[in-house]
Design a protein around this ligand. Structure first.
Ligand code: SF4
Ligand code: SF4
Length: 479
């Protein structure tokens, strides 16, 4: 006898975006255009504008922000960071982390609700387009897949794809610079296949995120969302429902049932929530503090003649009727740690050398023979952190038997740039000791910069007996 099997169902909803049968519960929040929403909208469009315009801005002749990964060179607000600036990066990273800790301890998930690109673009760009084209949002929390506006869905997807492509291009401009990006866009994908694939992948990821994944990014993917619980304390600012005022919730407004709290169980705070939760259940990880439930409930409170603020920005102590104390241990310690970390960052940043020279072996064979002379190729990488161009003059010190062939002397490097040149050193075979000889380069820029750099040359293993090996230290070179 055939036994009918049905998928197991949960006794109730486990997650706000999951139906009891395990299928996705699509969230279509009803917008609540109150004071919080209006302020967030202004901030959202300012942030979008800033994001779009930054790749076009320059400071000190460098892009305002350029994260040049292949060159391992970051330009941030007129300052260039090189791979050797590891300590600065670490301090910047630590300062950012402490800053996030402090912000979250004081103001909760203010970043999630007001500044995070996921929220900003979802709620103020993609979702408004969806509402405009597909309609059916008034009072509905379900996607209108078969409604009168369903035929416009392909148009919505086309616009989403265009926007995703635009966002992906802007995002890429932060890594390659706007001029390179324009050059690629004007060319054909075949000329730059890797860049094209990165662009296509980023476009697809953004499209999928805002079309399908949506609030799941905040609920399951974002590590910051998961970190919240350890950063909150009982005086952290949160969006919360006041149960002492709202309970017992009861329907009916005229007249209000005797003994009823202020909550009329209208459900508007749930219908407006972009993550589908009920704020009356208390603080939940899914709450991104977008303030939409505040706006929705305030509107209801005004309508029924009650004071707004049943759902409001508050903290757990205030909700429990305890006195409000702003200062507590972590709120005192975080700023101290932040000041130390930022102070060290500024100190090392301002005491950094304006010129940095790195000597590298040549590409290909370690050396070549020119009769009885050994030819070494040496690459010199100049990082000029000055504002103006510098011409770097390179000489050899203390090795009269060696000859330097420098195709471009002085080697010009524009301010804020890093360039590499190749020079050749010709040494007698007899000058090598066990296949190695140390020589000293001197680099000067004619503006007061001058430093010596010891560099090992490679030669045949059987060559020389160290008779004219050359200086191994700067002190040796001076004698
Ligand atoms: S919007 Fe306000 S009144 Fe309506 S259910 Fe939510 S908390 Fe209660
Ligand atoms: S509970 Fe309120 S503040 Fe939290 S995500 Fe939902 S609507 Fe936004």
């Amino acid at each position: 006898m055939a036994v009918e099997t049905r998928p197991a169902e949960a006794p109730g909803r486990v997650l706000s975006t999951l139906n009891v049968d395990g299928s996705r519960r699509w969230i279509r929040p009803r917008p609540s255009p109150g004071a919080g929403w209006r302020r967030r909208r202004v901030l959202a469009y300012v942030l979008m504008f800033v994001f779009f315009v930054i790749p076009y801005l320059e400071l000190n002749g460098r892009p305002l922000i350029l994260l040049d990964l292949p060159a391992r060179e970051f330009s941030l607000f007129g300052t260039t960071f090189l791979p050797t600036d590891t300590l600065l990066f670490m301090l910047l990273f630590v300062s950012t982390g402490i800053g996030i800790f402090l912000l979250t301890t004081l103001y909760g998930r203010v970043w999630c609700g007001w500044g995070c690109p996921q929220t900003v673009y979802m709620e103020f760009l993609f979702r408004p387009i969806e509402r405009l084209l597909e309609g059916g949002f008034r009072g509905s929390t379900r996607l209108d897949r078969h409604g009168a506006f369903a035929g416009r869905r392909p148009l919505k997807y086309a616009i989403y794809l265009l926007l995703s492509s635009f966002l992906a291009h802007t995002f890429l401009a932060y890594f390659v610079g706007i001029h390179q990006l324009v050059h690629w866009v004007r060319g054909t994908p075949g000329n730059h296949p890797a860049a094209f694939l990165i662009m296509a992948g980023t476009t697809l990821a953004i499209f999928i995120d805002f079309t399908w994944f949506r609030e799941q990014t905040c609920l399951v993917a974002c590590p910051y969302g998961r970190l919240q619980s350890v950063l909150f304390d009982r005086r952290t600012l949160i969006v919360a429902y006041d149960p002492r005022r709202g309970e017992p919730r009861m329907k009916g407004t005229r007249p209000r049932p005797a003994g009823a709290g202020d909550c009329i169980a209208c459900g508007m705070c749930v219908r407006t929530c972009p993550t589908g939760i009920d704020i009356r259940d208390g603080l939940q990880m899914e709450c991104v503090h977008c303030t939409q439930c505040i706006d929705a409930c305030d509107e209801i409170m005004v309508k029924i003649g009650q004071k707004p603020g049943l759902i409001r920005y508050t903290n757990p102590d205030e909700l429990a009727g305890l006195p409000h104390r702003l200062l507590r241990t972590r709120v005192l310690l975080y700023p101290v740690a932040l000041a130390i970390s930022l102070g060290l960052f500024v100190f090392f940043l301002t005491s950094r050398a304006a010129t940095e020279v790195t000597l590298l072996r040549g590409i290909g064979a370690p050396y070549q023979m020119d009769g009885e002379r050994v030819v070494n190729q040496v690459r010199l990488k100049f990082s000029n952190r000055n504002r103006d161009e510098r011409g770097y003059h390179v000489t050899l010190v203390g090795v009269p038997d060696a000859q330097l062939v420098n195709p471009l002397d002085p080697f010009p490097v524009p301010g804020g740039h890093t360039l590499t040149t190749t020079v050749f050193v010709l040494s007698p075979r007899s000058a090598f000791d066990d296949g190695t000889r140390h020589v000293m380069f001197r680099v000067e820029d004619g503006h007061g910069f001058g430093r010596n750099y010891v560099h090992p040359l490679i030669g045949p293993q059987d060559a020389g007996h160290g008779r004219a090996r050359g200086p191994e230290t700067e002190a040796e070179a001076r004698h």
